[in-house]
Design a protein around this ligand. Structure first.
Ligand SMILES: NC(=O)c1ccc[n+]([C@@H]2O[C@H](COP(=O)([O-])OP(=O)(O)OC[C@H]3O[C@@H](n4cnc5c(N)ncnc54)[C@H](OP(=O)(O)O)[C@@H]3O)[C@@H](O)[C@H]2O)c1
Length: 230
């Protein structure tokens, strides 16, 4: 790897995380987080200066071991996420736990482990939240609650770490054309029309805008809504 700034992007094996890795790859060395080793290797081969960082974020010991190898980090993008939807009446504890485990607990723990490395670099933490983290809809309870939770996490982290030179950005995308959205629409029983949804590259563009903003600027919250397109 070269001496360009280093970014770790979780959820980089597909969807929004893969697009973020691509968008930052002109300016940053990238560690590609995810569990699907084949997809990570394929993306690493396409990008100029990237390598896989294959870790299951719900495996605390594995995360600690992988994070221990990083002593300076300029950018941490949390894009890994799961969406287990359902009405409250039909959502058992397991469904709430599954959302909170990856969407909140793993985000907090990975950030905690990497804080010294981020502080060393006056670094930047970006959390891919969701429109559901701003306004919760019926049928989305367990996922929306996790996104409200991770919004609180980002707000608190910003308040606590701004004095240490960190920037913290929450990005709130609407429906985006990824495998996660395909599963959501399949569950809702609707027809999947990608033209109605954001492209992952557009969400990645918002992340890049925050990361590449001048050192005097701190973009704290960015909402990106889909606009019908063909
Ligand atoms: N798509 C949308 O409409 C939409 C809208 C708003 C917000 N978001 C948010 O955007 C983020 C990315 O979503 P997406 O649509 O790109 O989803 P996606 O296509 O389903 O990708 C999810 C990513 O998360 C990773 N991941 C999940 N569980 C993991 C675990 N235990 N350990 C490590 N990695 C894990 C997956 O990697 P592996 O399978 O390789 O582990 C994959 O790279 C999520 O936080 C989601 O909530 C999505």
């Amino acid at each position: 790897m070269t001496d360009r700034p280093l970014a770790l992007v979780t959820g980089a094996s597909r969807g929004i995380g893969a697009a973020v890795a691509e968008a930052l790859s002109d300016t940053h060395r990238i560690l590609l987080g995810g569990r699907d080793a084949e997809s990570l290797a394929a993306l690493a081969a396409r990008l100029p200066d990237a390598e896989p960082w294959p870790v299951d974020l719900s495996d605390e010991a594995a995360v600690a071991e992988a994070a221990a190898g990083i002593d300076r980090l300029d950018v941490l993008v949390h894009s890994a996420g799961v969406a287990r939807l359902g009405e409250v009446a039909g959502s058992p504890a397991e469904s709430w736990r599954a959302n909170f485990e990856v969407n909140v607990v793993a985000v907090a723990e990975l950030t905690r482990l990497l804080l010294p490395a981020l502080r060393s670099a006056n670094g930047h933490v970006v959390v891919i939240n969701s429109g559901q983290g701003l306004s919760a809809r019926e049928g989305w309870g367990p996922y929306a609650a996790s996104k409200f939770g991770v919004r609180a996490f980002a707000d608190v982290l910003r308040a606590e770490e701004e004095g240490n030179g960190l920037r913290v950005t929450s990005v709130y995308p609407g429906r985006t054309d990824t495998e996660m959205q395909q599963a959501v629409v399949a569950g809702e029983g609707g027809e999947y029309d990608p033209a109605k949804y954001l492209r992952p590259e557009s969400v990645a563009g918002a992340v890049a805008a925050a990361v590449l903003a001048g050192p005097d600027a701190h973009l704290t919250d960015i909402t990106v809504r889909p606009r019908p397109h063909r």
